[in-house]
Design a protein around this ligand. Structure first.
Ligand SMILES: Cc1cc2nc3c(=O)[nH]c(=O)nc-3n(C[C@H](O)[C@H](O)[C@H](O)COP(=O)(O)O)c2cc1C
Length: 246
C-alpha cells in the first residue's frame, strides 16, 4: 500500500527535536554541478540583465499569473531563455561545502538540481536535449541527434502541449548534494525546493509574455532513461513546458 510507503518516508524524514537537522558527516563534499567532458563545446548564453522586463507590478503578477497550456509557433529568443534560466537557477554566490546562493531559495543552500532542457523553438539553437550549466551560465548540448523529441515525448501524457511548447524544462535532483547536509529529510527538501524553482519560472515567464505549465505528471522511468539518470542517485523531480503566448 502506498500509504505504508508514505508513512515510512515520513518517519525517515521526521525531525523529532529542535536540534539542527544537518549531518555534514560525509568525508567528501559533493560537487555542486554535474561534471561534463573537458572538450565539450559549450554555448554561452547572453547576459540576462540586458533584457527589458515588461512593466509588471507585483500585484499584477500575483493576480494574473496563470497556467498556460497552448503556445504560439513563435520561437523564444536566446535572451529570453537566458533570462528564464537565470531566474530559475542563476548562481549569485559560491559558498563553502558545495553550497550556492541562487535566484531561488534552497534548503541549506544545497541547490541539488540539474536543469535539462528539450529545446524546440529558440532562435539560433538547434533542436535537441541540452543541460544548463548554472556556474558557466551556458548550455551543454547533450543530444542533438534525430529522434530525441520523439523519445522524450514518451515521458509526457499531454503530448500536444509538449509538441507545441518552445522549451521543456526538466529538473533532476542529485541526491548526494542534499543528503550531504540533511540525510533522511533530503527528499522532502528536494520537492520543496522544486516548487520554488518552478514558481520563479512562472513569474519570470509572465514578465516576458511567455506561457508556462508546471508538469508533475510525467513518466519517471522514461524520462530518467532518456536523460541518462539512474533514478536513484539522480532522478527527475519536476518539469514545465513554456512557449510564447498566442
Ligand atoms: C506540483 C504541480 C504539478 C502540476 N502538474 C501538472 C501536470 O502534470 N499537467 C498539467 O497540465 N498541469 C499541471 N500543473 C498545473 C496545475 O494544474 C495548475 O497550476 C492549477 O490548475 C492551477 O491553475 P493556475 O496555475 O492557472 O493557477 C501542476 C501544478 C503544480 C503546482
Amino acid at each position: 500500500m502506498y500509504k505504508d510507503i508514505f508513512k515510512a518516508l515520513r518517519e525517515a524524514a521526521l525531525v523529532k527535536n529542535n536540534l539542527n537537522t544537518r549531518k555534514m558527516n560525509h568525508e567528501e563534499v559533493p560537487i555542486p554541478q554535474k561534471p561534463y567532458p573537458e572538450d565539450a563545446q559549450l554555448i554561452a548564453l547572453p547576459e540576462p540583465d540586458y533584457l527589458e522586463d515588461k512593466e509588471v507590478s507585483f500585484l499584477e503578477l500575483m493576480e494574473l499569473r496563470s497556467t498556460v497550456r497552448e503556445y504560439s509557433e513563435r520561437p523564444l529568443t536566446m535572451k529570453e531563455l537566458s533570462f528564464l534560466l537565470w531566474c530559475t537557477q542563476g548562481v549569485k554566490m559560491v559558498l563553502p561545502a558545495g553550497a550556492t546562493k541562487r535566484t531561488v531559495p534552497s534548503a541549506g543552500a544545497r541547490n541539488a538540481f540539474e536543469t535539462y532542457l528539450y529545446i524546440d523553438k529558440v532562435e539560433g539553437l538547434e533542436k535537441g536535449l541540452y543541460r544548463f550549466l548554472a556556474f558557466e551560465h551556458a548550455l551543454l548540448p547533450v543530444d542533438l541527434g534525430d529522434g530525441v523529441k520523439e523519445r522524450l515525448q514518451k515521458g509526457f501524457n499531454k503530448i500536444n502541449m509538449y509538441d507545441a511548447s518552445a522549451v521543456t524544462f526538466m529538473w533532476a535532483a542529485v541526491l548526494d548534494r542534499m543528503d550531504y547536509a540533511f540525510g533522511g529529510r533530503s527528499l522532502q527538501y528536494l520537492y520543496l525546493d522544486a516548487g520554488h524553482v518552478c514558481q520563479n519560472l512562472y513569474l519570470a515567464c509572465y514578465t516576458q509574455e511567455i506561457g508556462c505549465c508546471a508538469i508533475g505528471h510525467f513518466n519517471d522511468e522514461e524520462l530518467n532513461r532518456e536523460l541518462g539518470l539512474d533514478g536513484e542517485e539522480e532522478f527527475m523531480v519536476y518539469a514545465a513546458h513554456v512557449g510564447k503566448i498566442r
